[in-house]
Design a protein around this ligand. Structure first.
Ligand code: SF4
Length: 397
């Protein structure tokens, strides 16, 4: 059987077993921020002069890309960035309206808005709720004012607490909070205080990220000049163990390496990425995936606006090879609590995982880094989660 035939069979057999395969998500990137956090390498601009023009261009792109997902039903919409909460409710409503016009949108669609605490006034939250936003992902990062300042965040801890209280008062019951750890000189005590506050707030969902220092950021610059020392690997691991231990004892499921949720309160949008469901990405730097290709929009606001104005989607398209698909399947599924299903790998891609990785697999099972169940599901142990990326790299083909 050649690869195209195999692919066709995969699609058919997957649909028979799982109609969810024919649902999809839409991601919309809002490329503006009030100020640049010292660690951030996402695409954004602090020049907000063209924000109205950008909102119109995003609507135009939704139109231009209306066939990308074929007739798949939209189950999740995610406004990410950048800082989507800088947009007015009116802009967001126009974007949702356009999606509704061109796609079949499920009645219980999860609609997430990433928000910075200093944008979440009561009045703005009431408007966000009215237009259908039903999930907030709030960029708290830490409740420590000294650390917030060091990171160059635009809010302080009081703004974070107010934002969460306002959101709860407005009736947002599906809230996710971002937490950063492994910040240079961050003590275990400071992190424990953040975790205790999160226990009190009790959001449905918590995303945790260890601070990585990217080259083209203020921190990257400081690091290259020797003005900054990152947390050591050992400190990073200690803090992650503290997070895992605390959040699971508070009743959260550690359902993906960086993500914790109250039972079944997973991010449906991100889970669909990890389960290789298709999605459309709108906006500068957004990515799209339709099972066979990945598409990357240009990461430049001016170029994006110009091309969309000319009726073109400024994107590079990468056709995924069988090896790409196997690697992505392993890399993403291994990070989740559902694990990497080796039988599925065999059925979908004709890939004998155990045969290809016999020695390494045997070694890391012996070291207690992964567990292989009788029904051939490979899962990371807590010890393995500390070295997840290294393990995934070894499994790349
Ligand atoms: S608010 Fe978010 S996207 Fe904007 S600079 Fe800070 S971390 Fe980056």
């Amino acid at each position: 059987m050649n690869y195209d035939e195999l692919n066709k069979q995969v699609l058919l057999s997957t649909f028979e077993r799982n109609p969810l395969f024919f649902v999809a998500g839409i991601y919309i990137h809002i490329p503006f921020c009030k100020q640049a956090c010292h660690y951030c390498d996402f695409h954004f601009s602090t020049n907000t002069q063209r924000i109205d023009e950008m909102a119109s261009a995003l609507i135009r792109e939704i139109d231009l890309q209306r066939h990308y997902l074929s007739d798949k039903k939209i189950e999740t919409i995610y406004f990410g960035g950048g800082t989507p909460s800088m947009l007015s409710a009116g802009h967001l409503e126009s974007l949702l309206h356009k999606i509704d016009q061109l796609h079949t949108v499920s009645a219980d669609t999860e609609i997430t808005l990433e928000a910075n605490p200093d944008d979440l006034s009561l009045a703005k939250l009431i408007d966000f709720k009215k237009i259908g936003i039903n999930r907030l992902s709030i960029g708290v990062q830490t409740f420590d004012d000294g650390i917030l300042k060091f990171l160059n965040r635009s809010h302080d801890s009081q703004a974070a607490t107010n934002a969460i209280e306002n959101a709860q008062r407005t009736g947002f019951d599906n809230i996710s909070i971002d937490l950063i750890f492994a910040i240079p000189d961050q003590s275990q005590k400071a992190l424990t205080r953040d975790l205790e506050l999160l226990k009190k707030i009790s959001p449905n969902h918590i995303s945790t990220y260890s601070l990585t220092i990217a080259e083209k950021t203020a921190f990257g610059n400081w690091l290259s000049k020797g003005k900054m020392k990152p947390a050591s690997e050992a400190e990073n691991a200690r803090q992650f163990e503290l997070i895992m231990g605390n959040l699971t004892s508070f009743g959260y499921e550690h359902y993906e390496i960086s993500n914790f949720a109250k039972p079944k309160k997973y991010s449906r949008h991100n889970t669909s990425y990890w389960k290789q469901l298709p999605y459309l990405g709108i906006g500068p730097s957004a990515h799209s995936y339709n099972l066979n290709t990945r598409q990357h929009n240009v990461s430049n606001n001016a170029l994006y606006l110009r091309e969309i104005g000319n009726g073109n989607v400024p994107a590079e398209v990468e056709t995924l090879t069988k090896e790409n698909k196997i690697n992505e399947f392993v890399f993403t599924s291994l990070r989740t609590m559902w694990g990497c299903d080796l039988n599925k790998l065999q059925n979908l891609y004709d890939h004998n995982f155990e045969g290809t990785h016999t020695t390494y697999l045997h070694q890391i099972v012996g070291q207690g880094l992964v567990e292989l169940s009788d029904n051939k599901i490979l899962r990371l142990t807590n010890k393995g989660k500390l070295v997840a990326d290294q393990i995934a790299m070894e499994f790349m083909i």
